[in-house]
Design a protein around this ligand. Structure first.
Ligand code: COA
Length: 184
Protein backbone atom coordinates (compact mmCIF):
# COMPACT_ATOMS: atom_id res chain seq x y z
CA UNK A 1 0.00 0.00 0.00
CA UNK A 2 1.30 3.48 -0.90
CA UNK A 3 1.88 5.52 2.26
CA UNK A 4 3.41 8.72 0.91
CA UNK A 5 1.47 11.97 0.57
CA UNK A 6 2.13 14.64 -2.01
CA UNK A 7 2.25 18.17 -0.63
CA UNK A 8 3.38 21.64 -1.60
CA UNK A 9 7.00 22.26 -0.58
CA UNK A 10 7.38 24.36 2.58
CA UNK A 11 10.60 25.94 3.92
CA UNK A 12 10.50 23.50 6.87
CA UNK A 13 11.13 20.67 4.34
CA UNK A 14 14.44 22.11 3.15
CA UNK A 15 16.90 19.82 5.00
CA UNK A 16 14.88 16.70 4.15
CA UNK A 17 14.53 17.92 0.53
CA UNK A 18 18.33 18.26 0.23
CA UNK A 19 18.93 14.81 1.73
CA UNK A 20 16.39 13.20 -0.57
CA UNK A 21 17.99 14.84 -3.62
CA UNK A 22 21.57 13.92 -2.75
CA UNK A 23 20.67 10.26 -2.06
CA UNK A 24 18.53 10.03 -5.20
CA UNK A 25 21.45 11.22 -7.33
CA UNK A 26 24.07 9.04 -5.59
CA UNK A 27 24.39 6.38 -8.29
CA UNK A 28 23.52 8.59 -11.26
CA UNK A 29 25.53 10.77 -13.66
CA UNK A 30 24.70 13.67 -11.30
CA UNK A 31 26.41 12.08 -8.26
CA UNK A 32 28.58 15.15 -7.54
CA UNK A 33 25.93 17.78 -8.33
CA UNK A 34 25.33 18.44 -4.63
CA UNK A 35 23.22 21.35 -3.38
CA UNK A 36 23.35 22.65 0.18
CA UNK A 37 20.42 25.04 -0.16
CA UNK A 38 17.25 24.50 -2.14
CA UNK A 39 17.04 26.56 -5.35
CA UNK A 40 14.54 29.43 -5.54
CA UNK A 41 12.99 30.60 -8.77
CA UNK A 42 12.49 34.05 -10.26
CA UNK A 43 9.55 32.66 -12.25
CA UNK A 44 6.27 31.07 -11.19
CA UNK A 45 6.93 27.52 -10.03
CA UNK A 46 5.34 24.34 -8.78
CA UNK A 47 7.34 22.77 -5.96
CA UNK A 48 6.06 19.49 -4.53
CA UNK A 49 7.32 16.86 -2.10
CA UNK A 50 6.24 13.29 -1.41
CA UNK A 51 6.35 12.61 2.33
CA UNK A 52 6.30 9.17 3.98
CA UNK A 53 6.71 8.56 7.71
CA UNK A 54 7.87 12.14 8.21
CA UNK A 55 10.62 11.90 5.57
CA UNK A 56 10.75 13.54 2.16
CA UNK A 57 11.03 10.60 -0.27
CA UNK A 58 10.42 12.44 -3.54
CA UNK A 59 10.83 16.00 -4.83
CA UNK A 60 9.67 17.84 -7.93
CA UNK A 61 10.44 21.46 -8.85
CA UNK A 62 9.08 22.90 -12.10
CA UNK A 63 9.63 26.52 -13.16
CA UNK A 64 7.33 28.17 -15.71
CA UNK A 65 8.77 30.66 -18.19
CA UNK A 66 5.99 31.82 -20.49
CA UNK A 67 4.45 28.74 -22.10
CA UNK A 68 7.36 26.46 -21.18
CA UNK A 69 7.44 24.54 -17.90
CA UNK A 70 10.90 23.18 -17.11
CA UNK A 71 11.49 20.37 -14.63
CA UNK A 72 14.37 21.75 -12.59
CA UNK A 73 14.56 18.78 -10.21
CA UNK A 74 12.87 15.40 -10.04
CA UNK A 75 14.30 12.89 -7.62
CA UNK A 76 13.01 9.93 -5.62
CA UNK A 77 14.89 8.41 -2.68
CA UNK A 78 16.49 5.12 -3.81
CA UNK A 79 14.53 3.09 -1.22
CA UNK A 80 11.25 4.39 -2.66
CA UNK A 81 11.83 4.18 -6.42
CA UNK A 82 9.61 2.24 -8.86
CA UNK A 83 6.56 2.74 -6.63
CA UNK A 84 4.98 5.44 -8.76
CA UNK A 85 6.16 8.41 -6.67
CA UNK A 86 7.70 10.43 -9.53
CA UNK A 87 4.63 9.70 -11.66
CA UNK A 88 2.39 10.84 -8.80
CA UNK A 89 4.38 14.05 -8.37
CA UNK A 90 4.17 14.85 -12.09
CA UNK A 91 0.44 14.01 -12.24
CA UNK A 92 -0.12 16.38 -9.33
CA UNK A 93 1.92 19.16 -10.96
CA UNK A 94 0.43 19.05 -14.48
CA UNK A 95 -2.91 20.82 -13.76
CA UNK A 96 -1.09 23.50 -11.74
CA UNK A 97 1.34 24.06 -14.62
CA UNK A 98 -1.55 24.43 -17.07
CA UNK A 99 -3.13 27.01 -14.74
CA UNK A 100 0.15 28.94 -14.84
CA UNK A 101 -0.15 29.10 -18.64
CA UNK A 102 2.31 26.40 -19.67
CA UNK A 103 1.64 24.38 -22.83
CA UNK A 104 4.93 22.41 -23.01
CA UNK A 105 7.08 20.74 -20.39
CA UNK A 106 10.74 19.93 -20.74
CA UNK A 107 13.69 18.66 -18.70
CA UNK A 108 17.40 18.22 -19.22
CA UNK A 109 18.79 14.89 -18.15
CA UNK A 110 21.88 12.78 -18.74
CA UNK A 111 22.14 9.19 -19.83
CA UNK A 112 20.90 7.31 -16.75
CA UNK A 113 18.72 4.55 -18.24
CA UNK A 114 16.12 4.67 -15.45
CA UNK A 115 15.60 8.42 -15.89
CA UNK A 116 15.39 8.18 -19.71
CA UNK A 117 12.93 5.29 -19.42
CA UNK A 118 10.85 7.23 -16.93
CA UNK A 119 10.67 10.31 -19.17
CA UNK A 120 9.76 8.15 -22.20
CA UNK A 121 7.07 6.41 -20.16
CA UNK A 122 5.61 9.82 -19.31
CA UNK A 123 5.34 10.78 -22.99
CA UNK A 124 8.54 12.85 -23.26
CA UNK A 125 10.68 12.59 -26.40
CA UNK A 126 14.25 13.76 -26.94
CA UNK A 127 14.32 17.04 -28.88
CA UNK A 128 17.89 18.30 -28.39
CA UNK A 129 21.18 17.11 -26.98
CA UNK A 130 24.78 18.02 -26.33
CA UNK A 131 27.73 16.60 -24.43
CA UNK A 132 29.22 17.33 -21.02
CA UNK A 133 32.86 16.50 -20.28
CA UNK A 134 34.53 16.48 -16.86
CA UNK A 135 38.25 16.16 -17.55
CA UNK A 136 40.35 14.87 -14.66
CA UNK A 137 44.09 14.83 -13.91
CA UNK A 138 46.18 15.10 -17.08
CA UNK A 139 43.03 15.23 -19.20
CA UNK A 140 42.39 18.76 -17.92
CA UNK A 141 45.48 20.33 -19.48
CA UNK A 142 44.65 18.52 -22.74
CA UNK A 143 41.17 20.07 -22.74
CA UNK A 144 41.78 23.62 -21.59
CA UNK A 145 44.23 26.20 -22.92
CA UNK A 146 46.20 27.89 -20.16
CA UNK A 147 45.81 31.66 -20.17
CA UNK A 148 47.07 34.49 -18.00
CA UNK A 149 49.42 32.18 -16.12
CA UNK A 150 46.65 30.11 -14.54
CA UNK A 151 47.20 26.41 -14.03
CA UNK A 152 43.82 24.85 -14.74
CA UNK A 153 43.11 22.05 -12.26
CA UNK A 154 39.45 21.38 -12.98
CA UNK A 155 36.97 21.97 -15.78
CA UNK A 156 33.39 21.32 -16.81
CA UNK A 157 32.89 21.51 -20.57
CA UNK A 158 29.99 21.56 -23.02
CA UNK A 159 30.41 20.27 -26.57
CA UNK A 160 28.29 19.55 -29.60
CA UNK A 161 26.96 16.01 -29.91
CA UNK A 162 28.86 15.58 -33.20
CA UNK A 163 32.10 15.41 -31.17
CA UNK A 164 30.79 12.73 -28.79
CA UNK A 165 32.73 9.73 -30.24
CA UNK A 166 36.03 11.69 -30.23
CA UNK A 167 35.44 12.98 -26.73
CA UNK A 168 34.61 9.51 -25.42
CA UNK A 169 37.90 8.26 -26.90
CA UNK A 170 39.87 10.99 -25.14
CA UNK A 171 38.12 11.51 -21.81
CA UNK A 172 36.83 9.11 -19.18
CA UNK A 173 33.86 11.12 -17.88
CA UNK A 174 31.63 12.12 -20.78
CA UNK A 175 27.83 12.40 -20.68
CA UNK A 176 25.25 12.90 -23.34
CA UNK A 177 22.69 15.46 -22.09
CA UNK A 178 19.22 15.18 -23.50
CA UNK A 179 16.38 17.64 -23.59
CA UNK A 180 13.18 15.66 -23.02
CA UNK A 181 9.99 17.44 -24.02
CA UNK A 182 6.24 16.85 -24.24
CA UNK A 183 3.07 18.86 -24.67
CA UNK A 184 1.14 19.55 -21.50
C1 COA B 1 13.87 8.85 -12.52
C2 COA B 1 13.16 8.80 -11.16
C3 COA B 1 12.81 10.22 -10.74
C4 COA B 1 11.90 7.95 -11.29
O1 COA B 1 11.24 7.97 -10.02
P1 COA B 1 10.30 6.76 -9.54
O2 COA B 1 9.45 7.23 -8.43
O3 COA B 1 11.12 5.56 -9.32
O4 COA B 1 9.41 6.59 -10.85
P2 COA B 1 8.03 5.78 -10.96
O5 COA B 1 7.92 4.83 -9.84
O6 COA B 1 6.95 6.76 -11.16
O7 COA B 1 8.30 5.02 -12.31
C5 COA B 1 9.46 4.19 -12.39
C6 COA B 1 9.09 2.81 -12.87
O8 COA B 1 8.32 2.17 -11.87
C7 COA B 1 7.14 1.65 -12.46
N1 COA B 1 6.09 1.75 -11.46
C8 COA B 1 5.28 2.80 -11.25
N2 COA B 1 4.42 2.52 -10.25
C9 COA B 1 4.73 1.29 -9.83
C10 COA B 1 4.20 0.45 -8.82
N3 COA B 1 3.17 0.84 -8.04
N4 COA B 1 4.79 -0.74 -8.64
C11 COA B 1 5.82 -1.13 -9.40
N5 COA B 1 6.35 -0.39 -10.39
C12 COA B 1 5.80 0.79 -10.60
C13 COA B 1 6.87 2.56 -13.62
O9 COA B 1 6.09 1.87 -14.61
C14 COA B 1 8.25 2.83 -14.11
O10 COA B 1 8.69 1.80 -14.93
P3 COA B 1 9.74 2.13 -16.10
O11 COA B 1 10.88 2.88 -15.48
O12 COA B 1 10.10 0.80 -16.61
O13 COA B 1 8.98 2.98 -17.05
C15 COA B 1 14.05 8.11 -10.10
O14 COA B 1 14.55 6.90 -10.63
C16 COA B 1 15.21 8.95 -9.61
O15 COA B 1 15.07 9.73 -8.68
N6 COA B 1 16.38 8.77 -10.23
C17 COA B 1 17.56 9.48 -9.79
C18 COA B 1 17.48 10.97 -10.05
C19 COA B 1 17.30 11.24 -11.52
O16 COA B 1 17.89 10.56 -12.35
N7 COA B 1 16.47 12.25 -11.81
C20 COA B 1 16.17 12.63 -13.18
C21 COA B 1 17.33 13.28 -13.81
S1 COA B 1 17.19 14.98 -13.85
Amino acid sequence: MRTEQIRAYEPSHEELWLRCRVLSFLHTCYYDDVLVTKPRYDHPSVELVAVADGLVVGVLDVAVRGELATIETIAVHPDHQALGIATGLLDHALPQLRELGATEVDAWTREDPSALRWYSGQGFAETENYVHVYPSGEETAKAVLHTQGFAVVGAFLHAATASEPDLRAQFKRVYRCCRMQRPL
